[in-house]
Design a protein around this ligand. Structure first.
Ligand SMILES: Nc1ncnc2c1ncn2[C@@H]1O[C@H](COP(=O)(O)OP(=O)(O)OP(=O)(O)O)[C@@H](O)[C@H]1O
Ligand SMILES: [Mg+2]
Length: 365
């Protein structure tokens, strides 16, 4: 914490080393300055008023969130507590809150980006699974329609078989409607509440959603799901999205290799649930390992670089951790943990920090 003493003329008379490095001035330089001199022009008036009130004894102390301009020109945000010393001057305590303010500014932008990105990937999952699930009833409808036409061309037409074809067509149509209904309910907003989530079941659901791409890419899929897994409290759709993003990354990483296999493991121990996704893909270049969780870092031509950053935010908002396992021999492995029995208060505190991106300073799209 920066500590400063102001004299009667409001010039600094002393400043500790924390304050000196916070503003980039030495103590000797500060002695020639007043707080107003290191306040950006636009903020000076408000500051002048409180300082005057303090000087006139109208106030004994005040608290202010304000900006300071460092010697190098950079503007920083501080939380300031000032106590007046009658007939002497004042003592100030200053805490640098620049990072916090930056993060809060980034919050709105990041939220919008996350919402959009979450929407895109949910839409992607929904579209893929609709296409996959609807294909079967559609194929059956087409087959029944041609069978029906063939029975009609007979002389005399085979009415019973024709009726049967129509009945089949109706049944398959209803099945398609049910599939759409069930997919739609997965994405309803009521699902956004925090509920008890069976991760094993969630893993199976996401694997079912990705069955199409897994088969298409000829991936040998293995699961080791711990039967003793305890449910976690969480946001179903968000956790589903974490699994979906990790599995999608794994599938994409295996496009360039011939031997394609993937393992999803769930374990329970030490009050937490651990989920690991391993693949036999291209692996992560060691020089990239610290960057992959940053938003917009991608090595893919069509990648947005948002997947892992979203995953990490979600996992951390649930009180857990997400990391890439280092030194993995072949391919890559990602692991996340989730605590069980997280209280509502814990979660609210965590949720407030969910959207703080790792690089608050960078430009957002
Ligand atoms: N399983 C994996 N194997 C190898 N590299 C990976 C794996 N998962 C992630 N990566 C690396 O991390 C980068 C960031 O992944 P992330 O999911 O954040 O973005 P992306 O997949 O590139 O794009 P998108 O926003 O569409 O998900 C990837 O571009 C890739 O280089
Ligand atoms: Mg991705």
């Amino acid at each position: 914490m920066g500590v400063t003493v102001l004299g009667k003329t409001q010039h600094f008379t002393a400043a500790n080393s924390t304050f000196q490095s916070m503003v980039g001035y030495t103590e000797d330089e500060l002695k020639k300055l007043t707080p107003l001199d290191i306040t950006p022009a636009g903020d000076r008036e408000a500051n002048r008023v409180v300082l005057k009130e303090l000087q006139r004894g109208k106030r004994q102390h005040y608290e202010l969130t304000k900006r300071l301009q460092r010697k190098d020109g950079e503007v920083i945000w501080v939380q300031l507590y000032v106590f007046g010393i009658p007939d002497q001057g004042a003592v100030g305590m200053t805490v640098n809150i620049t990072e916090k303010m930056r993060a809060e500014n980034a919050l709105q932008v990041a939220r919008a980006e996350l919402a959009r990105s979450a929407h895109v990937s949910r839409m992607g999952a929904m579209t893929a699974s609709i296409a996959h699930e609807i294909n079967q009833p559609l194929a059956a409808i087409v087959a029944n329609a041609s069978a029906g036409l063939r029975w009609m061309d007979r002389t005399p037409p085979h009415l019973n078989e024709i009726r049967e074809s129509f009945e089949q067509i109706g049944q398959e149509g209803r099945r398609a409607a049910e599939v759409i209904d069930s997919i739609r309910s997965m994405f309803k907003s009521k699902e956004l509440a925090h509920v008890s989530v069976d991760l094993n079941q969630l893993i199976r659901e996401v694997l079912a959603l990705l069955e199409g791409p897994i088969q298409k890419h000829g991936i040998a899929m293995h699961t080791e799901l711990d039967d003793a897994l305890v449910s976690v409290t969480g946001n179903r759709v968000q956790l589903q999205q974490v699994l979906f993003n990790l599995l999608t990354n794994a599938i994409e990483a295996m496009e360039s290799v011939a031997n394609r296999s993937m393992l999803v493991r769930s374990e329970f121990g030490n009050g937490e649930v651990k989920v690991t996704v391993e693949d036999s893909g291209s692996g992560i270049d060691p020089k990239d390992i610290d960057k992959i969780f940053s938003s917009f870092f991608t090595t893919k031509v069509e990648g947005m670089g948002m997947g892992l950053s979203i995953c990490r935010s979600i996992v951390e908002s649930h009180g857990g951790r997400l990391s890439a396992l280092r030194g993995h021999a072949q391919g890559a492995a990602f692991q996340f943990t989730l605590p069980i029995g997280m209280s509502d208060t814990d979660r609210k505190l965590k949720c407030r920090s969910v959207w703080l991106w790792r690089q608050p300073g960078r430009a957002y799209r």
